[in-house]
Write a protein that binds this ligand. Structure first.
Ligand code: PMT
Length: 423
């Protein structure tokens, strides 16, 4: 969850600040890119040099530093982060952010951010229990900030009580949870198909293709990383499934169709599987024997269900009265010639919203390889995406999906408001 994430670690003025180089190191070890912001009071307890050495990034602190603002302004710092952790969050800082103050670099970027915030309070127990702090914590929680700690124990002032900053492992766990709960696709249901299908000819032979599942699996993972609840329906592959998804393994196109319907309603459907268009009209129960030299068996094929078209035109649970079309139905077009023209045709024929057209000619290594190059074909035009790793492509697609759903809901809200105005 923390791997590849940009974490902004804001350190304010409490004794627990001395633990923050260790926290920065643990976040980095988990794969995060850590940038520290150190308040003037925080700098009394931990050195800028220690934080810079451990994080490997410049430490920011002075709101009015021309160099800091030139290199990375406070607004950019707030925008670039996937998560902001305030550790330790002092009673003073909690009060300031609860009241929207922007008196130093830390409080200013917290006011400017739209990203998830995790607070790790640390203070004397009496300050923690003071009704003012209790009220501030409540205000911040209601606004969506996550909290970790404080915990009970011996405090810096020599007293015992609730006020120690949470342990590093607990802050890490809370950071993962804050990221998981906060993605732009939180609450969104997605069904993704991936990999090839195998259509049996007889008990030992089958019709298949060279899809590895890399692209479809990466898309399922990228959607889950943005908070979607993902069902990944996969044909036979040799790759590990991504984390935080529900995996349904299938073999044939018919099984894939049934699994899609069983997955229930979805807001997003992505058909990345290379579904076999045909299967045997009559799968042989016994292994087909080799005949006399020069004689080859004739294989009669029949058409498989078109999963993408069914989902786009009838919906999931196709044919049943409760079938529902996902808001966004996305397919691929695997072509070896006339890429855009064929993709446009597929968009219309299948009734989906977007088609990712990829050239699968042998020299491109798209089937089975690590990279892909697609054109996003929609009813309003064609967008050429650069060649990139399949994981990067999946991330770009997931972000585009999130933006589109957000725009759709903004539009729906605007429509509701204008209808209200009229009535
Ligand atoms: O798995 P990888 O090795 O990572 O490779 C990725 C990929 C090349 C398989 C992937 O990027 C891709 O292009 N997937 C779709 C392959 C395909 O079957 O394309 P198509 O042009 O034949 O089908 C068009 C669309 O209809 C696809 O979304 C496909 O999932 C869907 N389809 C096709 C036939 C069918 N019976 N049912 C379907 O749902």
């Amino acid at each position: 969850m923390l791997n590849g994430k940009n974490i902004l670690l804001a350190i304010t003025g409490g004794i627990a600040a001395y633990k923050t180089p260790e926290l920065a190191r643990a976040l980095k070890k988990a794969g995060a890119d850590v940038t520290c912001v150190l308040s003037q009071n925080g700098a009394q307890f931990v050195s800028e040099l220690a934080l810079q050495s451990v994080s490997g990034n410049r430490v920011y602190g002075d709101l009015f530093s021309l160099t800091d603002e030139h290199e990375m302004g406070h607004i950019s710092l707030a925008r670039n982060a996937d998560l902001i952790i305030v550790a330790p969050a002092t009673a003073n800082t909690l009060a300031k952010i609860a009241h929207g103050e922007a008196t130093n670099m830390v409080t200013t970027l917290l006011l400017a951010t739209t990203k998830p915030i995790l607070l790790a309070p640390a203070m004397n127990w009496a300050m923690w229990e003071n009704p003012a702090t209790v009220e501030n914590v409540k205000t911040l929680s209601v606004r969506g900030a996550s909290m970790v700690g404080p915990v009970a124990g011996e405090l810096a002032c020599g007293e015992e009580g609730m006020g120690r900053m949470a342990d590093i492992e607990d802050i890490l766990e809370a950071a993962e949870m804050a990221l998981e709960l906060s993605g732009p696709l939180k609450g969104v249901l997605a069904t993704v198909t991936s990999g090839p299908t195998h259509e049996p000819i007889d008990p030992v032979r089958y019709i298949a293709n060279r899809s590895s599942g890399k692209q479809g699996h990466a898309i399922a993972g990228a959607l889950a990383e943005l908070g979607a609840e993902v069902t990944l329906i996969s044909g036979p592959t040799n790759i590990a499934p991504p984390e935080n998804i529900t995996l349904v393994n299938v073999i044939t196109a018919n099984e894939m169709m049934a699994a899609v319907n069983n997955s229930g309603c979805a807001d997003i459907f992505v058909g990345a599987a290379a579904v076999s268009d045909w299967r045997m009209a009559d799968t042989k129960k016994q292994k087909i024997k080799k005949q006399s030299p020069g004689t080859v068996p004739e294989l009669k094929l029949t058409e498989n269900p078109d999963i993408l078209k069914t989902v786009a035109t009838i919906g999931i649970s196709g044919g049943l009265s409760n079938s529902a079309r996902p808001q966004l139905v996305i397919g691929f077009a695997a072509e070896t010639e006339n890429l855009i023209e064929n993709a446009r045709r597929k968009l219309a024929a299948k009734g989906c919203d977007w088609i990712l057209a990829n050239d699968v000619s042998n020299e491109t290594d798209t089937f089975g390889g690590d990279d892909n190059q697609v054109h996003l074909v929609t009813r309003s035009g064609v967008e050429e995406w650069p060649r990139m790793n399949k994981r990067q492509l999946a991330k770009k697609l997931a972000e585009k999906i999130a933006d589109t759903l957000l725009d759709n809901s903004r539009l729906a809200n605007a429509h509701l408001t204008s209808t209200k105005d009229v009535s």
